[in-house]
Write a protein that binds this ligand. Structure first.
Ligand SMILES: *Cc1c(COP(=O)(O)O)cnc(C)c1O
Length: 486
């Protein structure tokens, strides 16, 4: 034991760094302990009041136990519609944890970060090819942040041509972030009613489109999972009247490799990397939401942009018309590495196949459930399918069904959205689920429909198998308690 010395070592970062580096540099183990970093005396506390004294074992068990109470894409089927809870390939994690990726300092000069810049450039070019837009920024930190970036560019474009456009058209099927974004950019929101077939009608757009309107924000396929079949004509009408079309790209998982929003006439679109390109859902911040734009909007893109020159890659800050910087440094690089790994591992054909399977899986669920669950629209679904609770017996509603699914071991689908569908149940299986998983889920849905007829209490009292029963969701939303109170 004498080689260990009498006192243990303080395992601080400096020592661990020296140890992990010792082989390469030929260092030997340090003979004595390395003193910990010195803090000023007034910054050092002996004790924190009310802070429990716990052993490592206690802490590890506490957090490991908590982690098993969570439900995620790695623990089971997660059919949230419009959210694309896509699986997170483990190879993405391997790629982004490589030391050269994970330890890169954001202030590293361009000439020492060529690999990272090359990766960003390749990702940028790949996304341009998939979407049909000639220019693109990787900077925004989420889909909603991409919306803000895109609509700020729309505003800047109008201002560069004299301005005067104060309103934005948004369909009633839109995600709430669309009107929120338009409002944040100072626009008044003009709602557009979708037709009885769930999609926009070109004549309705024509009637509302005048020279006070900056443009249209549209999701395609829309949040009902339906393709906006008149989109080409709609884009023409908006353009003829001097507006721009913003595409909410949240549902790109249905189109990759099949149709390109840039070719359909859209002028600007955000990508939700966590929905389409298999990066983890970022909880509203540490994600990525690239934005592609048409040529006319290119000068307004946030700075800096990754450009390729004869000497290599560099970050270009010299963009006089840019709307500015939207994110510290260059966005969330780790997320870009994951998206890049996904693009490279699937390739063009793989991405197309992925969209085809996403659409097939949604339609498989639709076909298995449509005799029992009411479908509000007859048009073919793309990557997600919306049912309603109209046929559910026993005075049971969408919320009861969703809670009962938890007892069957499933995360519930999206419910009560889109708002235009009364009692909506919106299911998006994604491409990676097997037929067995889809069948088991459909069996559960059908079993619950039978329970609603025969024993509705099972639904009204659900969930019964969880640690906590049904919560008062209205109160939770109206009176959130976001701080821990002992
Ligand atoms: C998810 C979603 C958004 C918001 O994207 P985030 O990346 O979560 O910020 C916007 N629009 C639609 C249609 C969505 O489904």
């Amino acid at each position: 034991m004498s080689r260990l010395g009498t006192r243990g070592l303080v395992l601080n970062e400096k020592l661990l760094f020296e140890l992990s580096d010792s082989g390469r540099k030929g260092y030997s183990l340090p003979a004595s302990d390395v003193p910990p970093a010195q803090l000023d005396a007034e910054l050092v506390r002996d004790a924190v009041e009310g802070f429990p004294e716990l052993s490592e074992v206690d802490v590890v068990r506490h957090f490991t136990r908590l982690s098993t109470w969570n439900y995620g894409v790695d623990s089971g089927f997660y059919p949230l519609g419009s959210c694309t809870m896509k699986y997170n390939p483990k190879v993405n994690e391997v790629a982004c944890r490589r030391p050269g990726m994970a330890n890169l300092h954001p202030y590293t000069p361009d000439h020492l970060a060529q690999g990272a810049l090359a990766l960003m450039y390749e990702l940028q070019e790949g996304l341009k090819e998939i979407s049909g837009f000639p220019a693109l920024t990787l900077q925004p930190a989420a889909g909603a942040h991409g919306e803000l970036t895109g609509m700020l560019m729309v505003r800047a474009w109008h201002e560069s041509r004299g301005g005067g456009r104060t309103r934005v058209l948004i369909p009633d099927t839109a995600h709430g972030t669309n009107p929120a974004t338009a409002a944040l950019c100072g626009f008044e929101v003009i709602p557009l009613a979708s037709g009885p077939d769930g999609v926009l009608n070109v004549e309705d757009v024509r009637a509302k489109m005048d020279d006070s309107v900056a443009g249209l924000m549209v999701t395609n396929p829309n949040t009902l999972g339906l393709f906006e079949s008149q989109i080409r004509e709609i884009c023409d009408v908006v353009h003829e009247k001097g507006g721009l079309v913003y595409c909410d790209g949240a549902n790109l998982n249905a189109l990759m490799g099949i149709a390109r929003p840039g070719d359909l006439g859209m002028d600007v679109m955000h990508f939700n990397m966590h929905k389409t390109f298999s990066t983890p859902h970022g909880g509203g911040g540490p994600g990525a939401g690239a934005v592609g734009v048409c040529q006319a909007l290119e000068p307004f893109l946030p700075a800096p942009l990754v450009v390729k020159t004869e000497e290599g890659f560099r970050l270009d800050d010299d963009r006089p018309q840019s709307i500015g910087r939207l994110r510290a440094f260059n966005g969330n690089f780790g997320v870009m590495v994951r998206a890049w790994a996904y693009l490279r591992s699937l390739g063009g054909e793989g991405l197309k196949r992925s969209s085809e399977l996403a659409v097939l899986n949604a339609n498989y669920i639709r076909a298995r459930l449509e005799k029992v669950f009411h479908l509000p629209y007859s048009q073919r679904s793309l990557h997600e399918v919306v049912f309603t609770d109209k046929n559910l017996g026993g005075d049971c509603h969408t919320l009861d069904l969703a809670k009962r699914l938890i007892d069957y071991g499933y995360h519930p689908p999206t419910i009560y959205f889109p708002l235009v569908v009364h009692g909506a149940i919106m299911i998006e299986p994604t491409e990676t689920e097997s037929k067995q998983v889809l069948d088991e889920f459909c069996d559960a849905m059908l079993a619950i429909a039978r329970e609603a007829e025969e024993n509705p209490e099972l639904l009204h009292e659900a969930p019964r198998c969880t640690k906590i029963g049904r919560l008062d969701e209205t109160r939770a939303a109206r009176q959130p308690r976001l701080c821990w109170q002992a």
